[in-house]
Design a protein around this ligand. Structure first.
Ligand code: SF4
Length: 285
């Protein structure tokens, strides 16, 4: 094994502000009550979800809300939920712990505000993403969902834009440009979260300085998958792993440096395990 294997860990690897807050809220909640439910897994990381379950936090689907009883505790995850579901929870008199990220909450408020002021609300985002489903419910009936500058829906002259927090500024610029062809009045709320943008930027910079990249996080995490694709697009050999157990010693042969980054839903302890495993094989931090 190469004795001079350098390990560089991205500064922004792991939990973002919103996820850290939600996970802490879930653990605090579990300490106070025996059973707590979350509407969907709190985050897209199987190891954290498992740990939360061992503390009594169980993910349920929307369809199971009916089975809950008055006073049961339910946690809303960082992506937020639709107005309809929120009202359902209230109607059932559940104890609601709202862990919606404050940045997502802000985007929901802007969507409502634009709707109230008579704008046609344009949500920029992925149609199947829970955050977007929530935003659409605040945006009113004539809201439109757009994912690229190829806008196929009919726009009015007065349009207000709100963006899914994980979208890119480049996409927003393209869409704004296109919308100007039609709109006479355009209001833009740039609700993109810098945490995602900075993490991507830092990952590119790190990937350019090392021989191989390890991207740590749930295989079901969109954010982690996005980081992996980005590294691969830079032609850097990249491994997307969930835990240190997946590391194969042979991956580290004949190289001088590795970079480690992680999605917003990856806890520090998993990143540390990966770092220590590579150290044990022959790396130095
Ligand atoms: S990525 Fe940004 S918006 Fe999303 S949960 Fe984290 S801090 Fe909140």
């Amino acid at each position: 094994m190469n004795n001079y294997l350098d390990i560089k860990v991205a500064k922004r690897a792991g939990f973002c502000f919103g996820v850290k807050r939600a996970v802490e809220m879930a653990f605090n909640c579990a300490n106070e009550r025996s059973i707590v439910y979350s509407l969907g897994p709190i985050i897209h990381n199987p190891q954290v979800v498992e740990k939360l379950m061992s503390h009594g936090v169980y993910p349920i689907d929307e369809i199971d809300i009916n089975k809950l009883k008055e006073g049961d505790t339910i946690i809303i995850r960082t992506h937020g939920i639709s107005l309809k579901i929120f009202k359902e929870l209230e109607k059932k008199k559940l104890n609601i712990i709202d862990a919606t990220c404050p940045f997502v909450k802000k985007a929901q408020e802007y969507a409502s505000l634009l709707r109230e002021k008579g704008y046609q609300v344009m949500i920029v985002g992925d149609k199947d993403h829970p955050e977007v489903k929530g935003l659409m419910s605040y945006a009113g009936e004539n809201a439109v969902l757009v994912k690229s500058e190829k806008i196929k829906v009919k726009l009015t002259k007065k349009v207000g834009i709100v963006v899914q927090t994980t979208q890119t500024k480049d996409l927003l610029k393209q869409i704004v440009n296109k919308t100007l062809d039609n709109a006479k009045e355009l209001v833009i709320y740039n609700t993109i979260c810098d945490s995602t943008y900075l993490r991507l930027k830092e990952t590119v910079s790190l990937a350019n300085r090392v021989d191989k990249m390890f991207v740590v996080g749930g295989k079901n995490s969109a954010n982690t998958t996005q980081l992996t694709k980005l590294c691969i697009s830079k032609k850097i050999p990249t491994y997307h792993i969930e835990t240190s157990k997946e590391i194969n010693k042979n991956w580290l042969k004949n190289i001088k440096s590795v970079g480690i980054t992680a999605g917003a839903s990856t806890p520090d302890w998993i990143i540390d395990e990966v770092k220590n495993c590579i150290k044990d094989i022959g790396g130095k931090v």
